[in-house]
Design a binder for this molecule. Structure first.
Ligand SMILES: C[S@@+](CC[C@H](N)C(=O)[O-])C[C@H]1O[C@@H](n2cnc3c(N)ncnc32)[C@H](O)[C@@H]1O
Length: 276
């Protein structure tokens, strides 16, 4: 891994601010709930260090941690970062925002693909690691988290590492159940939990402003395993409460209606009252 240098905090925060300006507005119905800016700075530094010189797949990334990691590296604010980053998201606005930012800032290592994680994962690249901040599975004991994690493990062909962001709150019992179930699932899938960083991040979430999430870092066991083809996820048991109680996935892709100028007010948001 490259030698680390001191980070210019002001430059890092200003760079994250450029990325935040570029993000589409979150759709709460699909659990798009954005991480707060200070936590994004620390999280993207951590991800850039963890995935230094590696091929990294993001299974969903409304937060734009992918963009931050690539941009901080490109601007020389960090002297480490992934060699290749692909964002797989079902929201065309998010994919478009990633692609346009990457074009504008010449981030050659970053691209996005429109992908719904209920479809088989068929990308040809074998990634070294994956990152996901999935729907947290409060109403299905973590079943939604498992779907995103499964796609991440498939992206590494069950040989790499993953960073999974999950709710982690001392007061909320469901978060403990989800953490336990997901850990059990990854162990059953031939991975182990290498590290757990508790209660790290906060979100722009009106109804639970203090809810935090943790990073769970997982790693594949060094064993040979026969790879099965990735298949679609259709089981009603897994999907019934995917985005919350009785809220199964009905949408295959969120389509971008018009090209948005992020960071600028849209003309359907305001009207002018003129001087007489
Ligand atoms: C579910 S949100 C979780 C909260 C996280 N802080 C965020 O907003 O990015 C994470 C990302 O997953 C994407 N996503 C949701 N459902 C998906 C699906 N079925 N397939 C692929 N991506 C999905 C969202 O568009 C979003 O970008």
């Amino acid at each position: 891994m490259s030698d680390q240098k001191e980070i210019d905090l002001r430059a890092a925060i200003n760079a994250i601010s450029d990325v935040v300006q570029n993000r589409p507005r979150p759709i709460r119905n699909f659990d798009q709930i954005y991480m707060k800016a200070g936590d994004m700075v620390l999280q993207s530094e951590l991800v850039a260090r963890w995935a230094d010189e590696k091929r990294l797949a993001f299974i969903g990334d409304g937060d734009a941690i992918s963009v931050c990691a690539a941009y901080l590296h490109k601007r020389g604010i960090l002297n480490y970062g992934p060699s290749q980053i692909v964002v797989f998201d079902f929201d065309e606005r998010i994919c478009g925002a990633v692609t346009r930012f990457a074009d504008k800032e010449e981030l050659g290592q970053l691209r996005a693909e429109l992908y719904n994680c209920l479809d088989p994962f068929t990308c040809d690249t074998r990634f070294d690691c994956f990152y996901t901040n999935p729907p947290w599975g409060a109403s299905n004991d973590g079943e939604s988290v498992k779907v995103f994690v499964q796609r991440g493990m498939e992206a590494t062909r069950y040989t790499g590492e993953g960073m999974v962001v999950m709710a982690d709150d001392e007061e909320l019992e469901w978060t403990k159940r989800v953490l336990a179930n997901v850990q059990e699932f990854v162990v059953r899938s031939g991975f182990f939990v290498q590290k757990m960083m508790p209660q790290l991040h906060q979100y722009h979430l009106d109804d639970a402003p203090n809810l935090r999430s943790c990073n769970v870092i997982i790693k594949a066991l060094p064993v040979e395993r026969a790879l099965e083809a990735s298949v679609a996820i259709t089981s009603p048991d897994r999907l019934a409460h995917f985005y919350g109680r009785d809220n199964p996935p009905r949408v295959k892709y969120v389509r971008e209606r018009k090209r948005l100028e992020y960071g600028k007010a849209h003309d359907d948001e305001y009207s002018f009252e003129l001087w007489e």
